[in-house]
Design a protein around this ligand. Structure first.
Ligand code: PLP
Length: 431
């Protein structure tokens, strides 16, 4: 049994000063049992805890570390930026470079505003859509997570499902009334909602590939259908690509499915590991943002030069790496094949969903296409699986309702180790 005494001690101390001992609920191991590991360092595919246990990790800081931990180019860019001070609160040259880079990579983004997190990006995007259309209501999909803005904590995924608090206290009835929800992949339902709220819908916000109820792919025609509906009804289509942006392709999910959003929200990878988010889109919409337009949105640390240095280095490397996405897909496909072989060997019929370097193994035999089918997963079994994987050196997201992320550091050797851990873990929890 691996020793976790330092993590244990830190967690006990943390709980005296930090609610639940963690600065984000998804970091707690509440859904899987046990206490969170306190992390000391990470390099490449490995993360090391305060007891010096090393694990192959498949969370990648919940997405950002697509090139693996300790990327020397990003670290050098940050070190260089720091020499010139940490923040100015005034425009900088690197913000212009960053904006040009994003607009160059994501064709639907003509102008972009930098913020400090994915949550800020989505909150700002819906305010902008409301200001632009003069309408109040938005449609989101059950099981999609768009950060912790009040408007989004309605049938939300990720930690909100994991902890069984789909509607958080503190979100007013008034705010909740303006968020209408539809099942993911169900176009008919969206049409019905739009019809019943004629002329009142400002935006439809969607994860073009959902990652917050586990990985769930858009059904054929779903994104295209949303696009046509928004065009017909003058609704702003927001693709929340905080997770998929720069992960599925240089142009995110839009680059894979060839459907363009009016506004795209970004985060995670765009900061190279620093706290960064962004929202961008059509010029005519973005020009509604203050100080050009009337929709207010601001930030003391937005476009922070150190964060921009990290993000720009990340995007530059992604932009220049012609084989990155093919390599990531290949490694993830090898993982999928290995997991499938293990399931077959053990006579288990569980479902796997994968696209590019996002993958989820659901402990259900149903096809997982939306929140309801995702919830058929056996959560207790997932908890046991999580703990067995950890005991066998693999650190997974501590929830069934998350996608795993593969980084460039997951090489053939690491894939082999993960697949073997998966075989041992599946066997241990079933036999
Ligand atoms: N949108 C999506 C799709 C996300 O996955 C997340 C976070 O996981 C967010 C928004 C919120 O981003 P942040 O945690 O940076 O506020």
């Amino acid at each position: 049994m691996t020793a976790h005494s330092n993590s244990q001690r830190l967690f006990e101390e943390a709980q005296n000063y930090i609610p639940g001992g963690v600065n984000s609920p998804v970091r707690a191991f509440k859904a899987v049992g046990g206490n969170p590991l306190f992390i000391k360092s990470a390099k490449g595919a490995y993360i090391t805890d305060q007891d010096d246990n090393a694990y192959i990790e498949l969370i990648n800081s919940w997405g950002p570390m697509i090139l693996g931990h300790g990327n020397t180019h990003i670290q050098a860019a940050v070190a260089k930026a720091i020499e010139d001070s940490l923040s100015f609160g005034a425009p900088t040259a690197i913000e212009v470079e960053m904006a040009k880079m994003i607009c160059g990579m994501v064709p639907s983004i003509e102008k972009v505003r930098m913020v400090n997190s994915g949550t800020e990006a989505t909150m700002s995007a819906i305010r902008l859509a409301r200001g632009f259309t003069g309408r109040d209501k938005i449609i989101k999909f059950e099981g999609c997570y768009h950060g912790h803005g009040d408007s989004f904590l309605i049938a939300a995924g990720s930690g909100a499902i994991t902890l069984g608090q789909p509607d958080s206290p503190g979100v007013t009835q008034g705010v909740a009334r303006d968020t209408l929800t539809a099942p993911y992949n169900n176009l008919d339902s969206v049409h019905e909602i739009v019809k019943a709220n004629d002329g009142q819908i400002a935006a439809i916000i969607v994860e073009p590939v959902a990652g917050n109820m586990g990985c769930v792919l858009p059904a054929e025609g779903f994104l295209e259908g949303l696009r046509s509906l928004c065009d017909e009804e003058g609704i702003v289509l927001i693709f929340d690509e905080v997770m998929t942006g720069f992960r599925l392709s240089k142009a995110g999910a839009q680059g894979v499915f060839n459907v363009q959003a009016d506004i795209t929200t970004l985060g995670k990878i765009i900061g190279g590991g620093m706290p960064v988010g962004a929202y961008g889109g059509k010029k005519e919409i973005m020009d509604y943002v203050s100080p050009q337009g009337p929709v207010y949105q601001a930030g003391t640390l937005s476009g922070n030069p150190v964060a921009m240095a990290a993000g720009l280095s990340m995007l530059t490397q992604i932009n220049e790496d012609e084989t990155l996405y093919a390599d990531l897909s290949k490694a993830t496909e090898a993982l999928e094949e290995g997991f499938q072989a293990n399931l077959d060997e053990l006579g288990l019929g569980y479902t796997m969903n994968r696209i590019g370097s996002m993958i989820s193994l659901f402990f259900t035999e149903e096809h997982v296409v939306d929140f309801d089918t995702a919830k058929t997963s056996n959560i207790e079994l997932f908890g046991k699986y999580f703990r067995e994987m950890l005991n066998n050196g693999v650190y997974l997201a501590p929830s069934q309702y998350e996608s795993l992320f593969i980084s460039k550091s997951i090489t053939t050797d690491a894939v082999g180790k993960i697949v073997e851990a998966n075989r041992i873990a599946l066997k241990a929890i079933h036999y």
